[in-house]
Design a protein around this ligand. Structure first.
Ligand code: DHB
Ligand code: MG
Length: 238
């Protein structure tokens, strides 16, 4: 049977199985503890948008931080602090995470969530426009991992900064790089400004010989996801 001849019942069954698999993986490999759960509850009560990454994505961030033996992590866009908590848990003792947040009220909520999740000693929120805060970070870098999850139109600029603030072996992850496939098109063919910037981001990482990268459709309905890029050593540039 080819895909175009699949009936609705089969598609529904497949969607249900996919959901069950997602649930089972989450329960088995990425269960949320009280700190993560509380971060989401507090953010919801404060009226923050509920657009955080999934637990599986959180666990992947923790796994990547651990893989590259990250001691310094930079996050652009804190939202609820949920992803930062996962990332901070991939840091060794003495490691450090800095997350940039434009909204001072959100930043205060994130600070409280860090303390409750027991990462207050290693995770710090800085308040302001990321494009203004990033130049100040040059003396605090380089960073072993950068996670970009902020305003979409500025993604290409965030990539420039991520490249400046990292070293060979660093990992640069960006959220929302699929957008139902729209962000995989040629940027000029994409109408929405934010999505066009995501498409531009993807094009730049693919064409940058210093990076080895991949997009993964992996949010809870496989319509969006991360790109993951590794900064190559000079000898391995493509
Ligand atoms: C949306 C989702 C995100 O993860 C984000 O960072 C911004 C917006 C959204 O679905 O609108
Ligand atoms: Mg996001």
């Amino acid at each position: 049977m080819t895909d175009d001849s699949i009936d609705i019942a089969t598609l529904q069954q497949r969607a249900k199985t996919q959901q069950e698999i997602e649930g089972a993986i989450t329960q088995m490999f990425a269960p949320e503890d009280e700190g993560l759960r509380q971060a989401l509850i507090t953010a919801k009560e404060a009226g923050l948008p509920q657009i955080q990454i999934s637990p599986i994505q959180g666990k992947l961030l923790q796994l990547l931080a651990t893989t590259c033996q990250a001691r310094t992590i930079l996050e652009i866009g804190s939202l609820a602090g949920y992803s930062a908590i996962w990332l901070a848990r991939g840091l060794p003792a003495g490691g450090r995470l800095i997350t940039l947040e434009i909204n001072p009220l959100h930043a205060e909520i994130v600070r409280q969530s860090f303390v409750r999740a027991d990462v207050g000693d290693r995770a710090e929120v800085r308040v302001g426009n990321a494009l203004e805060l990033l130049p100040q970070l040059e003396k605090e870098g380089p960073f072993d991992l950068v996670f970009i999850d902020a305003d979409k139109p500025a993604y290409p600029q965030y990539l420039d900064w991520a490249l400046r603030l990292t070293h060979p072996g660093s990992i640069i992850v960006a959220d929302n790089c699929i957008r139902s496939g729209e962000a995989l098109r040629e940027p000029e063919q994409v109408g929405d400004e934010g999505t066009a910037a995501l498409a531009e981001y993807n094009k730049r990482i693919v064409n940058n010989p210093r990076l080895l990268s991949l997009a993964l459709a992996m949010d809870d309905d496989y319509m969006d996801g991360f790109t993951i890029a590794v900064v190559l050593p000079e000898s391995k540039e493509r």
